[in-house]
Design a protein around this ligand. Structure first.
Ligand SMILES: Cc1cc2nc3c(=O)[nH]c(=O)nc-3n(C[C@H](O)[C@H](O)[C@H](O)COP(=O)(O)OP(=O)(O)OC[C@H]3O[C@@H](n4cnc5c(N)ncnc54)[C@H](O)[C@@H]3O)c2cc1C
Length: 373
């Protein structure tokens, strides 16, 4: 990318609030000059350097800017890399080969899966078939900020996939788990990540971060409107008499649904959580994980199906694989018009968040493509 380095990334993405905290830059930094804050932002950890300084960058290293899925004309570059063209204005949820509803046939996965257990089924099948050695995903972490938090992790067995299934609504920068995967010598990986993290599926190959582009065999994106701060989520739960240590499952279906250890269940209006939106999500325009191989969400009318937007050839191959293996059953997305409408509506809402005028003039226009209103 020529003469743009951490300084430009810091001023144009981190400092403007466009940074989602996906941690692609931290993952890709070849000299470990970038660290990651508790608030999920990249930061310069080199001794004696200012926030925007990087001595390695000054010598010509630009890997962080290349890995970043929000830098400059990212959307057109990522679209072109993955789909061979930029999206049309009416492709509101991104370029798609098909939209399906999918459900696991494996009772143990169905038990722990957030919706239809599609994500876990794909991981289990990929491990069984030797297509991947492991997956970068998220586990429940009770040790850092408190109970029922999310943290990046590496899974390599069916048991570990099942133990990490389900959704946590705090943020885990799953690309950070790449460091552990490298240490363990894992070569082919699936990446499970929020929509922002799934975008590295496009930024890495588009801008030649080949070491990591080659290692990611499949990217499963999770549809996402926002995540919440850990303290905010805990505060609202406490206001409703729920100790976060007692939570066993959370889901969002128009309302915030909470299941507790004693078999209890409560619904809390979602608007109570909005003030606790994690800052990195406020300007994110990507609801539908638009650059994943397969994007997965829970907006189906029936809770035990995962909505799957299949976007790439390898996404299609993996879907065919789990279906042919009898591990997943599918039906057309159109069989659930409510889900299809929500997919369009929520994608449109998120795309309105993008503040084009935060970019320098020369990079403003192409960063995000317009959509049909
Ligand atoms: C924070 C968050 C917000 C979401 N928002 C929406 C939404 O607005 N609309 C919608 O339709 N769907 C949303 N989803 C996706 C939905 O909750 C399911 O993850 C999706 O439908 C897949 O279901 P499944 O049963 O196939 O997944 P499962 O088989 O249960 O697998 C889920 C995978 O997600 C990983 N994971 C869990 N929590 C996190 C986390 N915090 N960060 C990164 N990875 C995680 C797990 O480790 C696991 O690998 C959201 C998910 C998360 C985590």
């Amino acid at each position: 990318m020529g003469d743009v380095h951490w300084r430009e990334l810091y001023h144009e993405v981190v400092d403007t609030g466009l940074c989602t905290g996906c941690a692609a830059c931290v993952m890709a930094c070849p000299r470990d000059v970038l660290g990651y804050t508790d608030d999920s932002y990249p930061l310069q950890i080199g001794e004696g350097m200012g926030h925007d300084e990087c001595v390695i960058g000054d010598r010509g290293c630009d890997v962080c800017t290349r890995a970043c899925p929000r830098f400059r004309a990212w959307e057109t570059e990522l679209d072109t890399e993955l789909f061979g063209r930029v999206r049309e204005p009416d492709e509101v949820y991104g370029v798609a080969r098909s939209v399906l509803l999918a459900r696991t046939t494996d009772a143990a996965i169905a038990e722990v899966g957030q919706d239809g257990g599609l994500v876990s089924s794909l991981l289990v099948w990929g491990l069984q078939e030797g297509l991947i050695d492991g997956a970068l995903t998220s586990r429940i972490d009770d040790t850092t900020r408190g109970p029922f938090d999310a943290a990046p992790t590496v899974v390599t067995t069916r048991e570990e996939v099942l133990a990490s299934a389900g959704s946590r609504y705090t943020y885990a920068a799953n690309p950070l788990a790449m460091a552990e995967a490298e240490e363990r010598g894992l070569r082919q990986l699936a990446l499970v990540g929020m929509s922002c993290q799934a975008s590295i599926n496009g930024s890495l190959p588009a801008r030649g971060v080949n070491k990591y582009a080659r290692r990611i065999a499949l990217t499963l994106g999770l549809l996402c409107s926002k995540t919440f701060t850990y303290d905010g989520q805990r505060e609202v739960l406490a206001e409703h008499g729920i100790d976060v240590a007692d939570v066993v499952k959370i889901n969002i279906k128009g309302v915030f649904q909470v299941w507790t250890r004693d078999g209890g269940y409560q619904e809390i209006p979602l608007k109570r959580f909005h003030p606790h939106t994690r800052p990195g999500c406020q300007l994110c325009p990507d609801f539908a994980a638009e650059h994943a191989d397969i994007s997965c969400g829970g907006i189906g009318a029936e809770g035990d199906w995962t909505l799957a937007v299949v976007r790439t050839q390898r996404g299609e191959d993996w879907m065919r694989g789990v279906v042919d293996a009898g591990l997943v059953e599918v039906r057309p997305g159109e069989s659930d018009p409510v889900a299809m409408d929500l997919l369009v509506k929520l994608s449109r809402i998120s795309r309105k968040r993008w503040p084009a005028d935060t970019l320098p003039d020369e990079h403003r226009a192409p960063a995000l493509l317009p959509v049909v209103p």
